[in-house]
Design a protein around this ligand. Structure first.
Ligand code: 2RA
Length: 359
């Protein structure tokens, strides 16, 4: 399929990662035209894509409606304003914001886990797909197969989220605060435009806003989205989201409780069936690409990679059948842009896009 693809929010870190990924080749579709949309400050800027120069346009309905597929890497406000009208025109809209994630008619998709939701029957009426939060994506790639196979009863998650999750300005804050420390040895814990306290040489149990029940917005998203993807609105899960001074790559420490005893070998066997997921520990055999990772993977090593990596799988005694593990992935790639682009691939291969185009 030859597609005109648009990226809304093209100058942000997720938008730029999507542009980079789209230079690669895919099964089922080819990018015939790429259209880039961003806020007024970036309009007219030129971006190179596959030896073509593309000028950034403002976010306007007429031009958006000429695309076959749109990837929204914007805030919820823009997504809510444009997506319903574009979907009505038959444009496949993939939304990276949280605007539609809890919408009952909109599938929340990680293609390796529940890509079957992107069937023609599901998508033709309202062609909108939500991509989960950057912590939910790697988490459900581990949880869903274990939930289906071994009666997973409970999950406790602590995240270690890099600053790129809060966008490029947050990466600049970390750089500036780090430089200031080395030039003035100033360790005052001061507020910035992005973070309520210093992020350099610090960690913050505070991602996004605090809600009435004392949890944060990010924690509530991880809980609600995981439950939606597991198809169990009551699944017992607790999340603590922590911002750490790393640039790219989110880590998650996860403890699970199963109804029955499950061996580490059984867990590894179940996870090794999931494409895009890679177990790295001292005992599992590794393909050559990941040999240098040794016994565990860190966010810096995951940066630029497409896989979700799982390390440190071990039995723990806090529950009768408890298992703990460590997950890491590139939050801008599989946690955001790559997950969205894999949905285009899925919709090209399963005939959804062809039906939308011929509608
Ligand atoms: C963060 N999860 O890391 C958010 C980005 N969507 O801040």
């Amino acid at each position: 399929l030859e597609l005109t693809i648009g990226i809304v929010g093209a100058t942000g870190v997720v938008g730029q990662t999507a542009i980079d990924i789209l230079t690669e080749s895919f099964t089922g579709f080819r990018v015939k035209n790429l259209k880039l949309f961003a806020s007024r400050a970036s309009v007219g800027k030129i971006i190179n894509f596959n030896n073509k120069k593309i000028q950034i346009e403002d976010v306007n309905f007429e031009s958006l409606a000429t695309c076959h597929v749109l990837l929204f890497a914007t805030d919820s406000k823009i997504a809510l304003e444009f997506i319903p009208k574009l979907a009505e025109k038959g444009v496949l809209c993939i939304d990276k914001s949280s605007a539609f994630r809890n919408h009952t008619q909109v599938p929340l998709v990680v293609p390796e886990i529940n890509g079957e939701l992107l069937s023609k029957e599901n998508m033709l009426n309202f062609p909108v797909i939500a991509s989960p939060n950057c912590c939910t994506i790697p988490l459900v790639m581990v949880l869903k197969p274990l939930y289906q196979k071994f009666k997973l009863q409970r999950a406790i998650v602590s995240t270690y989220q890099s600053v790129s999750g809060a966008g490029r300005p947050a990466m600049e804050v970390l750089t500036e605060e780090t430089k200031n420390f080395f030039s003035s040895h100033d360790l005052a814990c001061s507020k910035s435009e992005i973070f309520p306290k210093s992020i350099a040489f610090n960690v913050m149990p505070f991602v996004a806003a605090i809600l009435e029940d004392g949890s944060t917005d990010e924690e509530a998203k991880i809980v609600a989205e995981t439950r939606k993807i597991l198809n169990n609105n009551l699944f017992p899960i607790a999340a603590t989201s922590v911002r750490v001074p790393t640039f790219v790559g989110h880590g998650e420490a996860v403890t699970l409780e199963f109804a029955n005893k499950v061996s580490i070998q059984e867990i590894k066997a179940a996870l090794s069936q999931i494409s895009g997921l890679c177990i790295i520990d001292a005992l599992s055999s590794k393909d050559e690409e990941f040999e240098e990772f040794g016994e565990f993977v860190t966010p810096r090593e995951a940066h630029g990679k497409d896989h979700v990596f799982v390390s440190r799988i071990r039995q723990v005694e806090c529950f009768e059948n408890g298992v703990s593990l460590w997950i890491v992935c590139d939050n801008l790639r599989k946690g955001a842009a790559l997950n969205a682009i894999q949905m285009i691939e899925e919709c090209a291969l399963n005939g959804t896009l062809a039906s939308l185009i011929n509608k």
